[in-house]
Design a protein around this ligand. Sequence first.
Ligand SMILES: *Cc1c(COP(=O)(O)O)cnc(C)c1O
Length: 452
Amino acid sequence: MSEETKILLEESEIPPAWYNIQADLPNPLSPPLNPATKQPAGPGDLAAIFPMDLIAQEMSTQRWIDIPGEVLDIYRLWRPTPLFRAKRLEKALQTPAAIYYKYEGVSPAGSHKPNTAVAQAYYNKKAGINKLTTETGAGQWGSALSLACRFFDMECTVYMVRVSYEQKPYRRSFMEVYGARVVPSPSPETATGRKVLAEHPDSPGSLGIAISEAVEVAAQRPDTNYSLGSVLNHVLLHQSVIGLEAKAQMAKAGVYPDVVIGCHGGGSNFGGIAFPFLQDKFNGKKLRALAVEPLACPSLTKGKYLYDFGDEAGFTPLMQMYTLGHNFMPPGIHAGGLRYHGASPLVSKLLDDGLIEAQAYRQTEVFRSAVLFAQSEGILPAPESAHAIHGAIVEALAAKEAGEKKVILFNLSGHGYFDLTAYDAYLGNRLDDVEYPSEALEASLKSVPSVG
Ligand SMILES: *Cc1c(COP(=O)(O)O)cnc(C)c1O
C-alpha cells in the first residue's frame, strides 16, 4: 500500500472511453414509456428535445463508448481529478479504516457536473442546435451547462428552483458570467410555471417543476433542445470517467475498496464513481456500493419502484425508478441538488436487484460531518457531497468498533464555496431537521400514473 496523500494521474491517463453499465446489467432496464400512450418510447419520442447521438447512448448496450476528441480537449482543463487519502480525517476518527476520496470539485464549475455538460453541449452543437434549456436546483448543474454552452458558443436558459435562487444569489451571477439567462422557477414564462403560481403564488419550486418548464420550452422550439444534469442513462455514462480514473488511482495506491460511497440526488455522481467498480462485482469481486440521500427527500429508502414521470407536469417519458411521486414537494433543505423526487433508472434497477445499498440521514448530522471533514482535510464540501462524507464516517466508525482495516472510497462530488449561507445557518444553530414528510409522501405517491 502506497503512503501518498494525493494519488495523481497524467493527462494521458484520462480514460479514452466511457463505461456503459447497460452492457453488464444482470437484468436489463424496463423501457421508458411514452407519457401519452404508455407504450415503449422509441428514439422518435425523445427527438423533440435530445440529439440523436445522446438518444443512441441512452439506449445503447455497447460496453465502451469513445469520448470524442473535442470533449477530451475540454476535460483536460481539470481532469484527471485527484484522489486523496484522508489521513487527517482517519486520525480525527481514530479509525483503522483507510479512507480515500475522489475530488470532483476541481472542475471550473466546482462539481462533477461538467463531465456530462460538456459532452451534452458537444453532441447538441454537432446536431446543429444552438440553444439549450435546463433546470437547476442548487445551481451546480446550471453553472456546469452555462460553462459548457460558452465553450461551444451556444445560448443557455436556466430555470432555477426559486428557493435556491433566493438562497444563492452568487450562483446566479456565476452562470451569468458564462452568458446564461437565469429564471427563477416556477416562472410566468411557461404554461407549467403559470399553473403552479396560480395555485401556490409563493411556491419554493422544485426540480420537477423546473424540469417541466425547461422541457416545455425546448419541445416547442426547433432550434432549442433540453439538457438534463442527472438521472438519465447517458448522463451516468458520461460520469463514468470518475470511477474509471478512481480505479486506476486505487490500483496505483495498491488498494481496492471494500465499499464505494456517493451521495444521491438523481444518481449521476454515485453511478459515476460506483459503476466501473460494479463491473468487477459482476465478475465476482466482493464490493459494497452505497448511495446516501437526505431523509427529507428519501427516494431510494422510502420511495416506491414504479413507472413515474421525471417532472412535475408529466411531459417526460415514464421511467421505472424509485420515486416519491412526481408532484412530491421536498422541504427546502440546504442540499438543493438532492431535492429530486425520483432516481436514475440504472441506480433504481441495481437497488431493486440488491446489488447496491442506500441510506438516508438528517441534514444536521450531515453538516456535523461536513465541518469535521473541512477541519481535518481543509476542503469545504458541498452540502450534497457531505452526505457521502457522512456515509464514509459512519462506515469508518463501524470499522473502528469492529477493529477492521476496511478500505473506504467516496466521491467528493463538489466544493461548498457557494454554500456559505447553509454553513452559516448550521454554525448559528439555525438549521432545522426537517422531519421525514410521510403525509406529503403518501399523497404524492397517489399521483403516480398506473401503467398497464
Ligand atoms: C447535483 C449534485 C449532486 C446530486 O446529483 P447526482 O446526480 O445525484 O450526482 C451531488 N453533488 C453535487 C456537488 C452536485 O452538484
